[in-house]
Design a protein around this ligand. Sequence first.
Ligand code: RIB
Length: 295
Amino acid sequence: MKILCFGSLNLDKVYSVTHFVRAGETLSSTKMQEFCGGKGLNQSVALARAGAETYHAGCVGQADGEPLLAMLRSSGVDTTLVRMLPCPSGHAIIQVNEQGQNCILLYGGANQEVTKEQIDAVLEQFQPGDMLVLQNEINNLPYLMETAGKKGMEIVLNPSPMNDAILKLPLEYVRYFILNEVEARDLCAEEGPEEAFADKLLRRFPNSKIVLTLGSKGSIYVDQKQRVIQPAYRVEAVDTTAAGDTFTGYFLAGIAGGMDVKAALQQAAKAAAIAVSRKGAAPSIPTLEETQAFR
Ligand code: RIB
């Protein structure tokens, strides 16, 4: 099975701070580093490092996009479906506090220049049964989902960042939802204990498979036949950026490679734990060997 990740590529500027800057405050950061990121790029890197046959589609800027393509290629991702455009690449301003938590400000740039013609040309390269992995950092998602869904591709949606546009997507085409508790609450439009959101989502989307990530509390998988709980591995958090993307890529690569859900979740939890213990987005994503060696 081929896996197509059609998503964002960002240049991340990461500022180390004592606390997140507040309204009206001017705050000096203690360090600034630049990394390759974007939820799409991070998930492609994780998929490929986990051993999946991965293709990335999306858009970057002609002047500043080469490092993003180089990061994908060096991880084993096919980048021939990424367009280079005469505009800036997407970027993210990321604050990381002393607890390793982050907050992220996005500028879409080239990520918001995806055309229907590009979508048609990319999807022509794939067959029914191939997997399409999506996040919410590119434009024209409704058309992309509808066209791929009608073609019979297995659609995976990570509805991040969550906003009202997600609720208007043709969600009936989604085979796997991979989401955190905040995204699940918004999608359910209900309150309640966060562990319950996986079952609530399954009631709403009975033909889908739900993977709910709960940070340090682990993850829950549900479909019509099984419910699997995976605890998180305890590590000292340095930077949580891309931990969710690492989990997503490793879980899907496991499933595509024939693992059962329990084994795929365990592999994903190990990879995410390693990513949390390292700085940056894409560079923090471990190799398969590192993941298998993790204790
Ligand atoms: O999920 C982490 C990613 O979110 C960062 O790399 C940043 O670019 C934003 O897309």
